[in-house]
Design a protein around this ligand. Structure first.
Ligand code: GLU
Length: 486
């Protein structure tokens, strides 16, 4: 067994998105598959955009998805703190080491000077990168500039004429020419490290040996490799997971569906469905199978089966998967999930007694086949709570058929004297007898009954609807329909 250690290192600049969740999941799966460790670290060096609210959202989304971590933020471990802004001293120590060894230097170029350098490079048709203007400043130059009020950044000296080969588990060997990389900043003028520097120090100090992250970081990797080498540290293995595209092959955005995990949670998606879906965004088991529990994916997961090509975010597939998980969930669980939606729509009071809870359970039984996610329960809930109107022409067309009064009366009369529990089996038995007793076909019986009870031509099965309403309510609605048909 390999002693693997991986991490998820989100920047708390917004909620946990689909892409971040997929990175977290792949790291989690890798750690769990090999019996390794999964670390969660917060990369909050972007002081303007980072917030504790985003951090909380990310962590709560991870927990909701079932992705627990062995070391890191809120959990602890021997390599903390796990928030980068609390590790500034650590970064300065290693920056000082690079400075002493002549591998980094202070740069005093102002924004305006940098812009002018860029302009000149563009005009000369050269690659745009830092020119190295401050590389050879003497201590006296530095002292003079500082006396003039300039605050330096620290830049890493990128070696000339070097090719960096990143060996990526997903993408194979990728070469980067140092000629295209300018001396990059490792510590900003306010003392905060840049992402590339902090990530290397943290991954090394936390013992991370596999870095699994989004493809967008591939171009940062040669810079990080240079830093590992300069600091004399082992370079971890890398695996850059492909971009997630919308179905139209453009970069995943709000247009393709909700982008944050919290939004899916709020819409009543089930975490196991989302995790199943996320796993298939780039990983494939090599079979046609698509429905997996987290445990099953964990058993089968390997980076070798992660694809180089972009993953396509297909909301219909997520909905299909989620509907599938809904149909296999317990009625009890679904009822608990349904309650907030029904309450929000004004169908339920704040405090629920047992009979209301039972009603919600029966509603769930009646509509679960039609739900892709729990928020949709309100698309169907109306018929259970509001008495029908018969004002649409289709409904009227059905109710004016000549057999209708007899059909309605037949069911009403059965219910008036009905003493058994009107559960699904009871309702089924009762409804089944009607066509024969009336001597007419099933459609001519059931369609008008549905319209009489709901005002609609489609909806839940009658044997599910009747138990939700209960006999007295069914009778009231049948009487109302009778009155309407005259
Ligand atoms: N904080 C970076 C991000 O959220 C992490 C990148 C990495 O995994 O190295 O994109």
């Amino acid at each position: 067994m390999i002693d693997t250690k991986v991490r998820f290192a989100p920047s708390p600049t917004g909620p946990l998105h689909i892409g971040g969740a997929r990175s977290a999941l792949f790291n989690w799966l890798f750690a769990r598959h090999y019996g390794g460790k999964f670390v969660v670290r917060i990369e909050d060096t972007d002081l303007d955009r980072s917030s504790r609210a985003s951090e909380d959202d990310i962590l709560s989304s991870l927990r909701w998805l079932g992705l627990d971590w062995d070391e890191g933020i809120n959990v602890g471990g021997g390599n903390g703190p796990y928030r980068q802004t609390e590790r500034l001293e650590i970064y300065s120590r290693y920056a000082a080491q690079l400075l002493e060894n002549g591998l980094a230097y202070r740069c005093y170029c102002s924004e305006e000077e940098l812009a002018a350098q860029r302009e000149a490079q563009l005009a000369a048709g050269e690659l745009v990168r830092y020119t190295g203007r401050c590389r050879d400043l003497s201590p006296e130059d530095c002292a003079r500039l500082e006396a003039g009020g300039r605050k330096p950044v620290l830049r890493f000296k990128v070696p000339a004429d070097k090719i960096i080969t990143v060996r990526d588990i997903v993408r194979g060997a990728v070469n980067f020419d140092c000629a295209g990389i300018g001396d990059f900043i490792i510590i900003k003028s306010d003392g905060i490290p840049t992402y590339n520097f902090a990530v290397v120090a943290d991954d090394h100090l936390m013992g991370i040996n596999h870095v699994i992250r989004a493809e967008e970081h591939l171009s940062n990797t040669p810079l990080q490799v240079l830093l590992y080498e300069a600091l004399g540290w082992d370079v971890p293995e890398f695996a850059h997971v492909s971009l997630i595209l919308g179905k139209d092959r453009s970069k995943m955005s709000k247009r393709h569906g909700a982008t944050s995990i919290e939004q899916y949670r709020e819409l009543g998606y089930l975490p196991e469905a989302l995790v199943n879906f996320l796993a298939l965004l780039g990983w494939s088991p090599g079979t046609e199978e698509e429905v997996f529990t987290l445990d099953q994916i964990k058993e089968q997961f390997s980076l070798e089966r992660v694809s180089k090509s972009p993953a396509v975010f297909d909301l219909e597939k997520l909905n299909w998967l989620n509907g599938n998980y809904i149909r296999h969930s317990s009625v009890e669980r679904l009822a608990e999930l349904a309650i907030p939606f029904l309450r929000k729509a004004g169908y339920l009071p704040d405090v629920l007694d047992d009979s209301v809870r039972e009603k919600v359970r029966l509603i769930v039984v009646a509509v679960r086949e039609r739900l892709e996610y729990m928020a949709q329960i309100n698309d169907f809930a109306d018929v259970f709570f509001n008495d029908p109107g018969y004002d649409n022409s289709e409904a009227q067309g059905i109710l004016t058929q000549e057999q209708v009064p007899a059909v309605i009366k037949a069911l009403r009369d059965k219910l008036v004297g009905y003493v058994d529990d009107l559960d699904e089996d009871g309702a089924r038995a009762l409804l089944k007898k009607l066509p024969k007793e009336l001597g007419i076909g099933g459609k001519k019986v059931y369609q008008p009954l549905r319209v009489a009870l709901t005002g609609k031509l489609s909806g839940p099965d009658l044997h599910h609807l009747l138990p939700v309403l209960g006999a007295p309510k069914v009778i009231v609605r049948l009487e109302k329909a009778l009155a309407a048909v005259g």
